[in-house]
Design a protein around this ligand. Structure first.
Ligand code: ZN
Length: 308
């Protein structure tokens, strides 16, 4: 046999061996059967001595002392949380007292039973309570994908009794939702102001098509729930028609000045009001706030037409 062939054969043998190993591994996995805990209905592995969720015992040979200690550690923060959340857990005090009595006499198996009952009660009460709490926020899920993701994350943690992670996810979701609702409110207010200003601009025969284009863009952004970005776009909505507003304003103020110089306006309260409005207009114009500039022009117009 040529050496080359031997190498090849060895390689083949080794690769067959590897295949068998891999197939073998695949066969091992399904053998670890999963089944449902009859007490808390979580999925647990078949050969577990006890349920890792509710600590129900499946195998009487379990170390009850270890279970008792684990349960005490698990129970403490949950009892504290239940009391701070105003969740009442009937019978829990009696169960804990009983467990203490038995544990004091080193009777760990007898002490385990009431403590497991207490833990199950507090967890069921807390999960019910938090489920209702979470459901209150079902409406905010439509806000955006981040909120939706945090909501289902929180839901999943609650299913798995991961209370700390649940609380973190729910609080994050609440914060996100309140930030978005603030941004949404700011967007709606801004939109109203800009659309009103555009209506005024139309009255002054200022071409507004470019500004309307920017508003449409902002609306599209708002449709995808990015209200903060939409506000930033709206802030610049009048920028493309700024020069037209400036020249119209200048011409308008000349007309206003001529009117104020007429005998009929001199010393009248209307004239004082117009002067005040012009001063306000100047401040807004210096700030580059053309939404307000247009509003002031409209107010001045109304003030002048009052006396006519
Ligand atoms: Zn269980």
């Amino acid at each position: 046999m040529a050496e080359e062939n031997i190498d090849e054969i060895i390689r083949e043998i080794l690769s067959e061996d590897k295949k068998v190993e891999e197939e073998g591994e695949e066969e091992i996995l399904p053998s670890e059967e999963l089944y449902e805990c009859p007490i808390c209905h979580h999925t647990v592995s078949e050969d577990a001595q006890f349920c890792p969720y509710c600590y129900a015992v499946f195998d009487e040979k379990v170390d009850y002392k270890m279970l008792l200690e684990t349960l005490i550690g698990k129970l403490k923060p949950m009892v504290k949380l239940a009391s701070s959340e105003g969740v009442s857990v009937p019978g829990i005090k009696e169960d804990i007292a009983q467990a203490k009595k038995h544990a004091g006499m080193k009777n760990f198996e007898a002490g385990y039973a009431p403590l497991q009952r207490a833990y199950l009660s507090v967890m069921n009460a807390l999960v019910d309570h938090f489920k209702k709490e979470l459901e209150k926020y079902e409406l905010v899920m439509g806000m955006n994908s981040d909120v939706r993701e945090l909501y289902s994350k929180a839901e999943g943690y609650l299913e798995e009794w991961e209370i700390d992670d649940f609380l973190t996810a729910m609080n994050e979701m609440k914060e996100k939702a309140s930030k978005i609702s603030k941004e949404m409110k700011a967007y709606l207010e801004k939109l109203e102001g800009v659309e009103h200003a555009i209506d005024i601009a139309k009255k002054f025969e200022i071409p507004v098509d470019k500004a309307l284009g920017v508003v449409d863009t902002a609306k599209d952004i708002a449709d995808s729930k990015k209200y903060g970005d939409a506000v930033n776009v709206l802030d610049e909505a009048l920028t493309p028609i700024k020069d037209d507003i400036e020249s119209t304003m200048t011409a308008f103020l000349k007309v206003v000045k001529d009117k104020l110089l007429q005998e009929t306006y001199k010393g009248k309260s209307a004239s004082r009001n117009v002067m005040r409005l012009i001063r306000e207009l100047k401040v807004y114009r210096d700030e580059g706030n053309y939404v307000k500039v247009l509003e002031k022009m409209d107010e001045i117009n109304r003030e002048l037409s009052k006396e006519n």
